[in-house]
Write a protein that binds this ligand. Structure first.
Ligand SMILES: [Zn+2]
Length: 359
């Protein structure tokens, strides 16, 4: 329960409104969530819908309230968006400054530029951030045990499949040594910046939202306000390049290029593993083939940014080999892709915590 919850419930509220109110910090926020009047309110409402739909997410939210004293609907990673914005020139910055954008504490790993009745909204789910962190850990150049690499990759894949419990803040999967953690966070940051830039590009380039295939599950009652469409593939390639080209500083540009390369290789590995386990998996792939997006980046930037084309092929081969190892492990133990729960970095695990006893 939020700290002042009793002070702002209303006897006439229906059960859903009561639940939504439990995610709010005060009356002002409650009114925005219950009756969204603009796209900023709508973003709050999306957060409230999801957090009150999942007990575990709600517990993560409560833990944040206790630690930070902020609202459960606050975005602890909003800095990521401000950082990308700071890379843009004044005009582009003005275009994106006015649209609500932020993370959603959600189990579905996705990033979207959504069209709503109040205008566009850009969201990234925190699950996607965890996928990127753990996959980056599995690929780090630090000398770490192969067991840790495999477990990190399994966590990443399970996050994508919505099988990994999203309670990392309550139940850490392992204590990653500080130096490695810092490097992985930097890798994560570069990939996220590229993704933010991609979503902003859809908005800045005024891409038409084309066909009407859904790519994610219902977002609850708020659905009536939102249309979620796929962008045409052409627009996806364009947004990938524009995410990088819009950045003025060469060093930052270079970071984004490497961010995009790491992200596409991670996605490619995930898709490869999944295709081998479930042949119907490709059906839910709504973006252009990941390798084409990867090659699009290499083709456009390798010359100016000194990326060796031969090396870029070798990176794919390396990921192929690693994916083969992961596929073999999953085939021998389907639990990894079927059961809901938590996988740990066993050698780096702190103490064993018991759900609802220790957290
Ligand atoms: Zn896109």
């Amino acid at each position: 329960m939020s700290p002042n919850y009793e002070n702002f419930i209303d006897e006439n509220m229906d059960p859903r409104e009561l639940f939504l109110t439990m995610a709010c910090k005060d009356i002002e926020e409650r009114d925005k969530v219950l009756n969204p009047k603009n796209s900023y309110d709508l973003l709050l409402r999306m957060r409230a819908d999801i957090i009150t739909d999942h007990t575990r997410l709600y517990r993560v939210g409560l833990n944040r309230v206790r630690k930070s004293g902020k609202s459960m609907l606050d975005d602890p990673f909003k800095k990521d968006f401000q950082i990308y914005m700071s890379y843009l020139d004044e005009i582009d910055k003005m275009i994106v400054e006015d649209i609500p954008s932020g993370y959603i504490l959600d189990v579905i790993p996705e990033a979207q530029c959504m069209k709503t009745e109040f205008g566009n909204i850009i969201i990234i789910s925190e699950a996607l951030r965890y996928f990127i962190y753990y996959f980056s850990l599995s690929m780090t150049s630090f000398d770490i045990p192969i067991e840790i690499r495999i477990q990190a990759a399994l966590i990443a894949i399970r996050v994508m499949l919505e099988k990994e419990s999203m309670d990392f803040e309550l139940d850490p999967r392992g204590i990653v040594p500080k130096e490695i953690d810092c490097a992985i966070k930097e890798m994560t940051e570069a990939q996220i910046q590229f993704i933010i830039g991609h979503e902003y590009a859809h908005h800045r380039l005024a891409h038409e939202f084309s066909d009407t295939v859904r790519i994610s599950r219902s977002r609850g009652e708020i659905e009536e306000h939102i249309s979620i469409y796929n962008h045409a593939w052409k627009n996806e390639f364009e947004a990938d390049l524009e995410s990088i080209n819009a950045v003025t500083d060469t060093q930052k540009k270079n970071e984004l290029i490497h961010g995009s390369i790491h992200f596409f290789l991670a996605l490619y590995s995930f898709e490869k593993v999944m295709n081998s386990i479930d042949s119907s998996f490709q059906d839910i792939n709504t973006h252009p083939p990941t390798l084409q997006r990867y090659k699009n980046i290499i083709d456009n930037f390798s010359q100016d940014f000194f990326i060796d084309r031969k090396e870029s092929e070798e990176w794919i081969e390396y990921h192929d080999k690693f994916a083969d190892i992961i596929m073999k492990i999953i085939k021998e133990n389907k639990w990894f892709v079927e059961n809901y729960g938590s996988v740990y970095l066993e050698m780096w695990r702190d103490k064993v915590r018991i759900d609802r006893v220790d957290y």
